[in-house]
Write a protein that binds this ligand. Structure first.
Ligand code: HEM
Length: 735
């Protein structure tokens, strides 16, 4: 018996020593294999296979006979394949992710004792998964939907997950309604249509009948729901968590991620087309940026309310359908997230990662937010059906600190725990609970008393004030996009009950909004609306987040050429774009070599049919008489220019290419250069007579610069030319 004690304790010691505090990638190395020259094909049980091509058969005199079931190699291959799929996530099934690190730059020990939020010397490994909500795993990236923004921190005190979205509020206040909101949004039950869309009867039927969603659907109809890139969206923990400091004081907190590149969206027509032309647009975008070393970064912020101030506001701070307006509760930025490594294998990393809102570390706690409390149950539960009871053991999920307890067995258990006891208390005192001083998670002692009842706090009943606040805070162009979004969505609802009632609901937000949409979708225009309080709040309009500095890094810019193009302008643009870390993509009539006017050649990355303007942020067309004459006769090339104009993208053209732009757009109000002067007009940057100094390299992208490249880059850094839309110019071009 005595010998058992050391054995049990040996395991405990082993677990502690085996813990890795450094890089999660080192931890994953245990499970990572590379295929080497020496490797030969084997079965899963290690026996080398002589063929991967032929099932064992009965060989007839002159032809192969039937297959033999006895062939274990063939059976293993087919059966392993048959069982490759696991259930996709019940929501957020479509997503992609990356590894990175979190660094704190300001300790908040006044608020929490959690080392990840107090120790500025730490660098914590993270894995982040971005997703859409409604579509299935194979659906398109650019659909109108909320985006998930889920972060797993592998801290030295255990895993901490912030399972957030790119929108700071949610459809429901109480988790019990989650199945309803998701059923209403997913494809309709009778015909499984439409995929990854909210533009259908059931979704809008639910929104009408469920007024607490009003604020959220306004966000859902805004540009936030069609991000340009995962790298260009904010992330919000949405729910109210708590922070507990060393003095035992508790504060309420919201978590916020703000991207260094600014918050930017696609335009709707672009999103629609991309869903067919490049359904993996966001997935590829994230991958490309990381592979090119342009690592996306986000500032990490917190909004904090002291416990004593919980009831100070006219909204309930535990209501997930409300924002905490920044003028009342400003965001304090305290850290930074960087994504810097693409996954090695999608399934074992992006697909198998399992987030749980209940994963918090000491110093961080929950609140009585009824949505959060339900989520804490739901995520753990869903991982059991998706991945099984031992999901925390999967390499991507396992914590980097010691894990030891008496949970045992279950399908696919990997850990082999030595020792004779698997319970506590035991006669060896093996694996006792930790004390507070040893870092145990100790719940905050919260006073709770009351009746058991199905109730909500009174302020939860206000469903419209913040929907109005959001609408009032939008810029004119964002408002127009919301009107357009409703017009599209309700146009797809065939049932007049649905669209007529929804129009009435919009009058609870703004009468003009309701009347404009009613006219578009055919509902009866309301004549009276709910009075609008007229208040605005900062940080709701995404135009307030242009990025930390103007940059074109990671932006895709197409260079359109044909035989006879001007090599001076081409080379200068290519070099300048590359040195600014943008991604120049040469597009020609074909992918075989194109010859410049001086005889030099280049092989385009793509041709006009294979690639589309939707896949780039801007286009540049160098002159060259022969090249432009060819492009002017190529309908697809003209469409490239028109479509880029329609999608509000910056267009640059030099020399003869100015004429091409004129032909494609043909709008007198868009000014074009007729001399050696650079002309910038509604995001179209042109210079007719090229001077070499106009193509100089751009050191800093600054407003008001005069050179061609500088103006072109300034336009790209500005993301889209909203003035073009406000002037109604894009609507006058067919694209
Ligand atoms: C504040 C509102 C919510 C936010 C911000 C949110 C966010 C997310 C995100 C980002 C994911 C994807 C995680 C990943 O990338 O693997 C997710 C998945 C999921 N969410 Fe939520 N969600 C919310 C509300 C809810 C509620 C109320 C429930 C249920 C009561 C719920 C249940 C689920 C489930 C079951 C999954 C699938 C998880 C998996 O299979 O891995 N969510 N949610």
């Amino acid at each position: 018996m005595a010998g058992l004690v050391p054995e049990t304790m040996q395991k405990v010691t082993h677990a502690v020593l085996g813990a890795r505090e450094g890089d999660k990638l080192k931890d994953l190395a245990h499970n990572t294999k590379d295929i080497s020259d020496k490797d030969r094909l084997t079965t899963d049980y290690g026996v080398k296979q002589a063929t991967a091509d032929d099932w064992l058969k009965v060989a007839g005199p002159d032809k192969a006979g039937p297959l033999l079931l006895e062939d274990p190699f063939a059976r293993e291959r087919i059966m392993r394949f048959d069982h490759e799929r696991i259930p996709e996530r019940v929501v957020h099934a479509r997503g992609s992710g990356a590894f990175g690190k979190f660094k704190l730059f300001e300790s908040i020990e006044d608020l929490t004792f959690a080392p990840i939020l107090t120790d500025t010397s730490r660098e914590t490994p993270v894995f982040v998964r971005f997703s859409t909500v409604l579509g299935s795993r194979g659906s398109a990236d650019t659909v109108r939907d909320v985006r998930g923004f889920a972060v797993k921190f592998y801290t030295q005190e255990g895993n901490w997950d912030i399972v957030g979205n790119d929108i700071p509020v949610f459809f429901i206040q109480d988790a019990i309604k989650f199945p309803d909101v998701i059923h209403a949004g997913k494809p309709e039950p009778h015909n499984e249509v439409p995929q990854a869309q909210t533009a259908h009867n059931n979704f809008w039927d639910f929104q009408f009948n469920h007024t607490e969603a009003t604020h959220m659907f306004m966000w859902g109809m805004s540009d936030r729901a069609i991000p340009r890139s995962f790298r260009m969206m904010q992330g919000f923990g949405v729910n109210t968590f708590t922070l507990i400091n060393a003095k035992g004081e508790r504060h309420f907190v919201k978590f916020i991620w703000t991207p260094e590149l600014g918050v930017h969206s696609l335009v709707w027509d672009e999103a629609l087309k991309l869903a067919g032309q490049d359904p993996d647009f966001h997935r590829k975008d994230l991958w490309e940026a990381i592979a090119n070393g342009v690592y996306p970064k986000w500032k990490f912020g917190i909004q904090v309310v002291a416990e004593a101030d919980e009831h100070k506001f006219d909204f309930d701070i535990l209501d997930a359908t409300k924002v905490w307006p920044e003028d009342l509760i400003p965001t304090r930025y305290i850290g930074e997230l960087e994504l810097n490594r693409n996954p090695d294998e999608f399934f074992t990393q992006v697909e198998q990662i399992a987030f749980c809102t209940s994963h918090v570390v000491p110093g961080i706690g929950f609140s009585d937010d009824p949505l959060l409390q339900g989520r804490n149950f739901s995520y753990f539960d869903t991982q059991l059906s998706r991945l099984g009871i031992n999901f925390e053991e999967l390499p991507i999920n396992r914590p980097m600190c010691p894990v030891m307890n008496f949970n045992r067995d279950g399908a696919m258990r990997h850990t082999i725990t030595r020792g004779t006891v698997n319970y506590w208390p035991n006669r060896f005192d093996a694996c006792p609970p930790a004390s507070h001083a040893e870092g145990a998670y100790v719940e905050y002692a919260q006073k709770v008393a009351g009746m058991k009842a199905r109730i909500r706090n009174d302020k939860f009943k206000d469903h419209f004030s913040q929907a109005q606040l959001f609408w009032n805070s939008m810029s004119p162009v964002e408002r127009q996009h919301i009107v357009n979004a409703f017009s599209f969505e309700l146009d797809h609802c065939e049932d007049p009950v649905v669209y007529s009632r929804m129009v009435k609901r919009l009058a609870d937000i703004d009468l003009t909004l309701a009347q404009t949409v009613a006219e578009m979708v055919g509902g009866e225009a309301p004549t009276e609306g709910r009075p609008n309080h007229g208040r605005k709040a900062p940080a709701l309009s995404q135009l307030e987040f242009p990025g930390s500095k103007p940059t074109i890094a990671s932006r895709r810019v197409a260079i359109l050429i044909a035989d006879g193009y001007d090599p001076v302008a081409y080379n200068a643009a290519y070099a300048a774009l590359s040195s600014a870390l943008a991604v120049p993509l040469v597009i020609g009539p074909k992918r075989s070599k194109v010859t410049a006017s001086n005889g030099s050649t280049v092989q385009p990355h793509h041709h006009f049919e294979g690639f589309r303007s939707t896949m780039v942020d801007a286009i540049f067309i160098p002159g060259g008489a022969q090249s432009i004459a060819t492009l002017a006769k190529n309908g697809r090339a003209l469409h490239w220019v028109r479509e880029a104009f329609g999608h509000l993208k910056t267009i640059g053209a030099t020399g003869e290419a100015v004429e091409l732009v004129n032909k494609a757009i043909a709008l007198p109000s868009v000014g074009l250069s007729a001399s050696g002067e650079v002309c910038e007009s509604y995001g179209v940057v042109t210079i007719k007579e090229l001077r070499p100094e106009s193509l100089s390299e751009v050191v800093e992208i600054a407003k008001g610069a005069t050179g061609f490249m500088e103006k072109f880059f300034e336009g790209i850094a500005g993301h889209r030319c909203w003035e073009r839309e406000l002037a109604g110019l894009n609507a006058q071009v067919a694209y």
